[in-house]
Design a protein around this ligand. Structure first.
Ligand code: MF3
Ligand code: CO
Ligand code: CO
Length: 267
């Protein structure tokens, strides 16, 4: 299937699903502190989805070659890059944890993730989290008709590497709509002026995974899912779903509890 362009009705559907995904993160925020397990975070999220009338897109999700994913969200702690499976290990002061929520509402998918700093963390960890947030936004502000995905990837890569961090290559953002993962792939590195041209009605995620050390990753253990950093350095990730409008972009995964955009973002 190629890229899908959403009409006004599709955009409304996406707005609702995306806001709900963000509101799950809002709900979790006060609970995410030292001592909570990622399994408890998963339970709280599942409960909130039920209450808001959405369903988890990850629970039972099974791309070809993978076992069905067993949880309502992904929790990736410290050197885990992405797709961490919730477990019974309590989070401790100084950890950093990505919580990635994807919900389905009326057939539409909304996908967003945030970083949580547990208690307080080292300066190095906080810097990685904040540079990764800004890197995502450097990609987002590129988005408008006529721009190419290579411009988005380059903006993210240039910013992350200017802080001596590295961009994970094996995973990328993705088109999203009535399917979880649609075309196009949204690389978080690249060359200006290359790849797909953005057009109004496209919806896709921008979700850079940035490593404090080298960019290489590997599969961890035997759960068939969890991805870790080869060099065990810290990894961070943030994710928004965005719409290409006639004049620029609309971030769809915003909610009352979303962190403010960085100062360089206008309007
Ligand atoms: N939400 C992730 C993304 O941003 C995908 C999770 S797939 C799972 O694309 F199987 F690990 F849940
Ligand atoms: Co996600
Ligand atoms: Co995604």
């Amino acid at each position: 299937m190629g890229i899908t362009y959403k009409d006004e009705q599709g955009i409304q559907g996406m707005r609702t699903a995306c806001r709900m995904a963000a509101e799950v993160l809002d709900h979790l925020t006060e609970h995410i502190k030292p001592g909570i397990t990622t399994r408890e975070i998963d339970r709280l999220a599942s409960e909130h989805m039920k209450k808001q009338g959405s369903i988890s897109a990850t629970l039972g999700y099974q791309p070809s070659g993978y076992p069905p994913y067993p949880a309502s969200l992904c929790t990736s702690v410290n050197h885990v890059v992405c797709h961490g499976i919730p477990n019974d290990k309590p989070l401790k002061k100084g950890d950093i944890c990505n919580v990635d929520v994807t919900v389905i509402k009326d057939g539409w998918y909304g996908d967003t993730s945030r970083m949580f700093i547990i208690g307080d963390a080292s300066i190095a960890a906080r810097r990685l989290v904040s540079v990764t947030y800004d890197a995502m936004w450097h990609g987002i502000v590129q988005v408008k008709p006529g721009v190419r995905l290579g411009d988005v990837g380059w903006a993210i890569q240039k910013f992350a590497e200017s802080h001596s961090f590295s961009v994970v290559r094996e995973f990328c953002g993705h088109g999203i709509g009535k399917n979880f993962h649609e075309e196009p792939q949204v690389l978080h590195y690249g060359k200006p002026g290359t790849l797909e041209e953005l057009k109004p009605g496209m919806t896709f995620t921008i979700e850079p995974m940035i490593n404090a050390g080298r960019r290489d990753v590997k599969e961890f253990g035997n759960d068939g899912r969890t991805i870790v950093n080869k060099d065990h350095s810290l990894s961070a990730q943030w994710e928004h779903t965005v719409l290409v409008t006639d004049t620029g972009y609309e971030v769809l995964t915003l909610s009352a509890g979303s962190p403010a955009p960085p100062a360089f973002v206008k309007g």
